[in-house]
Design a protein around this ligand. Structure first.
Ligand SMILES: [Zn+2]
Length: 238
């Protein structure tokens, strides 16, 4: 466990320098153990779209997210022999915030939201929580810069791919956005960055998005973890 922790610390340092995104653990305790305790309902992925107050261009955002979710769901099924996640409803839950984009900016982050702010906002307006045995929470924010991150059953990202990653190259595309969704969902489901960070064919590598979806893959070690997740199942199973 301490070795794992050390690895995570090392990874964190690496992320700060090279980030595709930030992998954050919000709480201690085992998500897998928590998840196993609830077998009454099908664990699903819930999708929220946070819309800040003021002039926010919402054109096409919902459709873009819906398509990304569909592509990502199919991609995971292809990678995992038919098993994939289930989305709780076909509608994206839109939440209109009282806060404007400018209220999130500060000296440290300039125009960017921080991961903590996203989580706090989502908590304020919904019953989002980390390590939730019933739901993985995928949160999108419209209309501002935000560096995507995920972990512990929760992920948050900008609805604009240009702002969703730090290096901002080769990813400002529709498939780039879809790759970000798949990547952050991977974190939320419990998988970390690729052992080979520069493997551009791994979803969890630094360049995991550039070849998505057709030439991007999950490593066997990723699959092993996902197969233990209650959120990953055959679509037809109860
Ligand atoms: Zn990442």
């Amino acid at each position: 466990m301490s070795e794992l922790k050390t690895n995570l610390e090392n990874m964190k340092i690496l992320f700060l320098a090279l980030s595709f995104c930030i992998f954050t653990r919000y709480s201690i305790g085992s998500p897998i153990e928590n998840l196993k305790t609830n077998v009454e309902s099908i664990p699903t992925v819930k999708v929220l779209l946070l819309i800040p107050k003021g002039e926010v261009n919402l054109d096409g955002i919902e459709e873009k997210i819906s398509i990304a979710l569909k592509v990502t769901k199919e991609w995971y099924a292809n990678q995992l022999g038919g098993r994939t996640f289930t989305i709780s409803t076909s509608n994206i839950e839109k939440i209109f915030l009282q806060e404007s984009v400018s209220q999130f900016a500060n000296e440290g982050t300039r125009k960017s939201y921080s991961a903590e702010i996203c989580y706090q906002l989502a908590q304020k307006y919904s019953n989002v929580k980390t390590d939730d045995p019933k739901n993985i929470w995928l949160v999108f924010i419209a209309g501002g810069e935000f560096i995507s991150h995920g972990g512990s059953g929760f992920a948050c990202m900008s609805s604009d791919p240009f702002y969703a990653v730090r290096h901002r190259t080769n990813i400002n595309t529709i498939t780039g956005f879809q790759a970000i969704v798949a990547h952050e969902l991977g974190h939320a489901l419990g998988i970390n960055h690729a052992e080979d960070w520069y493997n551009n064919r791994s979803l969890m590598g630094r360049w995991g998005g550039v070849l998505f979806p057709d030439k991007t893959f999950l490593l066997d070690s990723d699959k092993k973890i996902l197969f233990t997740s209650p959120f990953i199942r055959k679509p037809e199973s109860p």
